[in-house]
Every structure is written in C-alpha cells, then in structure tokens.
Write a protein that binds this ligand. Structure first.
Ligand code: ZN
Length: 342
C-alpha cells in the first residue's frame, strides 16, 4: 500500500530531467512530474513527498490513517497533482478524507488547501485563528507572497484558491482533531516562525507534526537551520514554542522540511541552540549597522564546495539567509522601537 510510488518516480525523474532543469513550472500536469515517495514512517502515519519544484525530500505532507483520515499539510498549489495521485494510491477516495490541517498558512504548507478542499468535499479544513480568513479570501496573502517570492510564486509555488468559509474550522490551543474513536491530533499553538503556527500531536503514534517551528533540516543537507522569515518572526515566542513541544514528550518529530526525527528532545535542544546563535549573530550585525544576511552567511552557510549545487539551491530557495535575515531584522527593529533602552 505504501510502496511502489517512490522508486519508480525517482527513476523517471533521474532519467528525464536534464541537469538544472528540475524546477518545473507550476502548470505541469501530474503526468509530467515525478510522483514523490509514499512511506509509512510511524503507526498509521504516512509521509508524502509532495515534491516542491520536482525536488525530492524538500516538502512533506503526512496522512494520518484511521476511520476519519486527516491530511497534515497540502504543500504548495504546484504539489496538488502529486498529492492527489498519492492519496488515490493509498485508497483515499473523494469522500474519504475527513480533515485537512495546515501548521500555518505559508504557501509551501497551505497553497494547495483550496484545491484539496474542492477535491475532497467532505473534508473539514483546520487552521489557526490568525490564518483562517486568509484561506477564505487569499488575495492579500497571495499579494504578499508575490512580493516575497517574486517570479518563483508562479514558477515554483503556485497560488492559493479560496476555501468556502463553512468548510474552515478555527483551531484552539489544545483542541483535538478526531481521526477515529481512539485517535486524535492535539493542536499545540506554537507561534514564533509565524503567528498563525500550530503543531499537531498524534495521540496514537506520539508523533508531533512540527511544521516549521523547529526549523528546516533537509536530509540531503543534514544541517538544522532555524526558519525566521518576515513578517512575524519572534525569538521569545519561537523559544517558548520549542519548550512547549518538549514538555509534551513526543515520540518523534515530523518536519515539513523534511521527515521524521526519532530523537525529538535532542533536535529540540539543537533547535533552541541554533535559534539563539542565529539571533546573536544577527543582533551583533544589527548593532554594528552591518548587513545581517552577510553576517549569517559568513557564520552559518556551508563553505563553497561542501554541498552539491542542487542541494544548496534547494536550501537557499526554501530557507535562504536573505529571508531569515529579513525576519531577524524586522524582529530586532520592532524590539528596538518598543524598548529603545535595550
Ligand atoms: Zn515551510
């Protein structure tokens, strides 16, 4: 049930795409795109490689199996054809999916929500209160994404179709999303990366779906980096969210970028340390009036040649120092404005 898609897809991808042509247009149909791997990673937890840009192991969705199956993250709109094919391969028909939940509304997590809601008319769409109105009326969110992503909005991510308001359920902290009589996902409010961020803790597997709150660790890169984008990043909130995750003693963490981490407390400790280090480097540059992105690159970017170009490109696209620097600069400026004495 959970094998067969990945290896064939990988072979096709390797066979067809010339070097450097792995950024497929959003309009590509599923027949043109590699199908990402579908892998059971914990009890009733299926990892779906949603293949942002045709890249493997960059964006993950997760299907939580049960009498009322729930999808965690749709990925971007450009991932929807792959995602629908994966769900079909798992036997999830149009009336079978009970819920779709997004950890936050950035387009690499929620861009596919409108299309997925249309494909699964019985599914409830779960989202943090501060994200709900943007799923119903995405114009402002898409406008601001266009400013951040530039041409990559259409060539890489795609946009966001509206979801009817009566399909959207606002999640409160601690609320449970039912997957079956003995299984639910508990919402863990976790701002810092974004003010509309929630983690989801599975009561059966113990896996905590961490979205971007813990950072980005691509398996092909291997290094954990914090994700501190504008406009919401807040260090104290981000650190508090990591403590909340640790207090829940999860059995594992599932990262959106990317995959299951079996030593959750070690990773949460590492995330706390790296977040503090990045903030310290950014703050020192900020106080000296220097460019934060240059300071972060000098301190944390892998040296030239340490990473194959394609992996560096994926990391830079998804979690580049410029986005992180912009978020840290905005946070430092706001803090200084609110308390000039610090
Ligand atoms: Zn993300």
């Amino acid at each position: 049930m959970t094998d067969g898609v990945g290896p064939r897809a990988s072979g096709e991808a390797a066979g067809r795409e010339p070097d450097g042509a792995d950024r497929l247009p959003a309009a590509a149909t599923v027949a043109d795109r590699p199908l990402g791997a579908v892998t059971t990673v914990a009890e009733g937890v299926v990892e779906l490689d949603t293949m942002l840009g045709g890249w493997e192991r960059v964006t993950a969705g997760y299907l939580i199996e049960g009498p009322e199956p729930v999808l965690v993250e749709t990925g971007s709109q450009s991932s929807v054809p792959v995602l629908l094919a994966q769900l079909a391969s798992l036997g999830i028909g149009p009336t079978d999916l009970a819920g779709v939940v997004v950890t936050h509304i950035h387009l690499d997590h929620a861009g596919g929500v409108g299309d997925v809601a249309r494909a699964f008319p019985g599914a409830t769409v779960y989202v943090h209160e501060k994200g709900a109105r943007h799923l119903v009326d995405p114009a402002r969110l898409v406008d601001s994404a266009a400013r951040v992503y530039g041409p990559l909005l259409d060539s890489l991510y795609g946009r966001l179709e509206p979801t009817p308001a009566d399909r959207v359920h606002v999640l409160a902290d601690g609320e449970e999303i039912r997957v079956g009589p003995n299984r639910s996902l508990v919402a863990v409010e976790s701002p810092g990366h974004a003010k509309h961020h929630v983690g989801l803790h599975d009561t059966t597997s113990g896996v905590l779906f961490a979205g971007d709150a813990v950072g980005v660790r691509l398996p092909d890169v291997g290094v954990l980096r914090p994700a501190t984008p504008p406009p919401d990043f807040d260090l104290d909130q981000a650190l508090h969210s990591l403590r909340r995750f640790a207090e829940r003693q999860p059995a594992a963490l599932a990262l959106a970028h990317y995959g299951l981490v079996a030593q959750p407390l070690d990773l949460l400790e590492e995330a706390t340390g790296t977040l503090r280090q990045w903030a310290e480097v950014a703050e020192a540059a900020f106080r000296r009036g220097e460019d934060i992105a240059s300071a972060l690159s000098a301190a944390f970017n892998p040296p030239p040649g340490a990473l194959p170009d394609e992996h560096r490109q994926r990391l830079d696209t998804l979690n580049g120092v410029h986005s992180n620097a912009a978020g840290l600069h905005r946070w430092l400026s706001a803090r200084e404005a609110s308390d000039p004495g610090t």
